[in-house]
Design a protein around this ligand. Structure first.
Ligand code: AMP
Length: 568
């Protein structure tokens, strides 16, 4: 008999044991809302239109049902599934995720994107692949070469479909969809569902199941007296950022929520290594272990509880002052649940969320749900940290000054030093000693780089070029890197020898660049389209890459002159 796995929520969805074992190994404790809503319908083979943003767990939602289709043993050369994504980063990220989820099925997953030598992709496709994760432009290239066999595609996924449309991939999508068998299962995920996505869905999907996650639900969620803020930080820097925030916030007791059991264990180790007293709590622990952890927290032997949602359910910790979301929760309800652990009984509390740059939509969904803005704050700088440490030292001294009933016993020490030193100097030396014992050394001296929340695809982006110049850029203000209005410092301009007369639209240029380079839509600044030529702004360091990308692409079916702008 095989032992039950704690990932029962996934069994309820109908997933096989081997996949559940992998999820268990990943430390997942329960399906996210999008997984709960989408996996069942996808396993039955129907089409699906899902609204879900990055960070909701949507990749596993479509990947697991695809993996269920892969038979054991020898599989043919042609792929079973094709996943289309807007950017090369996403192609790599999604293919890595599918590879991880499909390890026990020996799933052969290939990312296919512009900018990578095509021969390597040709070789891999010829050897045999189960799942191809491609950017649309490169997928079309492979179709034209006959190197991507679409005849046996059973599942076609369009991931981040709204972004693909924004980038001008509509025609490529049409061509790819037309090349796949009409019997295929089609899955379309999009962070937003504007009319044009509905139109796309009407063309590509048959009687789809509709799944919406991450939108504000009806009614206002009750958020108690909680100060809510967010810090934008990349994944690698999260432990360092958390340390900084804890140092400045100085919580009496905090609960730090992580998405997986593995993350809980890792983070607990890291925080203990950095001198915090942290305890882990997750679904893999038995009752005795849980009780011990809770005792240590209640007796204030531990100050940080690092936990998954499942494990923290039903916990009631009186002196909790801070809730920290180390990961943005996959759904707004979970956020409200988490922060409800502080601010009880009229007390105030603090909720802090670490947000990765791509997670702006999750943040917006939470803000809508709670009808409260999440203040985005800068990660404390070295200067903030020093100021806070000095404040702690001052507080300790003040406390001693008020409570020490017999300070006179040190009078001799001060007087003997005062022969040689000024009294202020003596006091400064004493404070320095206290400072070292109160806050330790000022070791953590490097600034953490400031990153910004990536903006939401610049709204409508650019309008079509009728009369005069079409310009884009102001509507992208506030995106990573800043300085988007007007021509920012550190930007270079690329000249493209085609313009309005050739029917060039900004999205054609954005699409060509994004498809063939590591640049993303938001890295691109102003685009000017004149009747005969166009100018595109990119960060100076990426100018060569942008030029290479545009030269490698056909724009509106033509190759055209691309060079640095001489009048820059
Ligand atoms: P995605 O929205 O697909 O980009 O996923 C966001 C993050 O959530 C990824 O780091 C996944 O590893 C993680 N994730 C996906 N499903 C789950 C789950 N059921 N439990 C915990 N983490 C998950």
């Amino acid at each position: 008999m095989t032992a039950p796995l704690p990932t029962d929520g996934f069994a309820d969805l109908g997933l096989s044991r081997d996949l559940r074992e992998t999820l268990h190994q990943q430390g997942y404790e329960e399906p996210t809302p999008i997984q709960r809503a989408a996996i069942g319908p996808l396993l039955t083979g129907g089409d699906l239109l899902g609204q879900a943003a990055t960070g909701t767990g949507k990749t596993a939602a479509f990947a697991l049902p695809i993996l269920e289709r892969l038979p054991p043993g020898d599989r043919g050369v042609a792929p079973t599934a094709l996943v289309l994504v807007p950017t090369r980063e996403l192609a790599m990220q999604v293919s890595q995720a599918v590879h991880t989820y499909g390890r026990r099925r020996d799933a052969r997953v290939l990312p296919v994107y512009g900018g990578q030598p095509i021969w390597r992709q040709l070789q891999a496709l010829a050897r045999g692949v189960d799942v191809v994760v491609a950017t649309p432009g490169r997928a079309v290239d492979h179709l034209a070469r006959g190197s991507l066999d679409t005849d046996s595609i059973e599942v076609l996924v369009l991931d981040e479909a709204d972004e693909m449309l924004d980038m001008g991939f509509a025609e490529d999508l049409d061509a790819i969809v037309a090349a796949t068998p009409p019997t295929r299962q089609t899955v379309l995920f999009s962070a937003t569902l504007p009319r044009r996505i509905d139109r796309l869905a009407a063309r590509y999907l048959t009687e789809p199941e509709r799944v919406t996650i991450g939108r504000a639900q009806a009614g206002v969620a009750h958020t108690p007296q909680v100060r809510q803020s967010a810090y934008v930080v990349t994944r690698q820097l999260k432990p360092a950022a958390l340390g900084r925030i804890l140092d400045v916030e100085a919580p009496e007791a905090a609960i730090v929520f992580c998405g997986t059991r593995n993350e809980v264990d890792q983070l607990t180790g890291i925080m203990n290594g950095r001198g915090y007293r942290a305890e882990a709590l997750h679904g893999g622990m038995d009752q005795e272990q849980r009780d011990r952890v809770m005792d240590r927290l209640r007796s204030q032997t531990a100050e940080l509880l690092v936990a998954t949602d499942v494990a923290a359910r039903g916990l009631d910790i009186d002196h909790l002052t801070h809730v920290i979301n180390y990961d943005v929760p996959a759904a707004p309800d979970a956020y409200v649940h988490r922060i409800g652990r502080v601010g009880r009984a009229g007390r105030t509390g603090v909720a802090i969320t670490l947000v990765e740059p791509r997670q702006s939509r999750l943040v917006r969904a939470i803000e809508q749900h709670t009808r409260t803005p999440l203040e985005v704050e800068s990660i404390p700088s070295v200067a903030d940290l020093r100021a806070r440490r000095l404040e702690l030292t001052r507080e300790s001294l003040e406390q001693r000054l008020r409570s020490d009933t017999d300070p006179g016993r040190f009078r001799g020490v001060v007087e003997s030093l005062s022969d040689e030193f000024d009294l202020l100097e003596v006091a400064l030396a004493a404070v320095s000693l206290v400072h070292d014992t109160v806050v330790g050394s000022d070791a953590d001296e490097t600034e953490l780089p400031e990153v910004r929340l990536h903006d939401e695809r610049g709204g409508r982006g650019a309008r079509g070029g009728t009369g005069g110049r079409t310009s884009r850029g102001a509507d992208r203000a506030g995106t990573a890197g800043g300085g988007r209005d007007g021509r920012g410092a550190g930007t270079a301009r690329i000249y493209i020898g085609a313009g309005q007369r050739q029917g060039i639209r900004p999205k054609d240029l954005v699409g060509a660049i994004a498809n063939e380079s590591g640049l993303r839509g938001r890295d691109i600044g102003n685009i000017d389209i004149t009747p005969n030529f166009s100018l595109v702004e990119v960060p100076t360091g990426s100018a060569d890459e942008g030029i290479r990308a545009l030269r490698a692409s056909t724009i509106k079916g033509r190759r055209t002159t691309v060079r640095p702008d001489r009048h820059a």
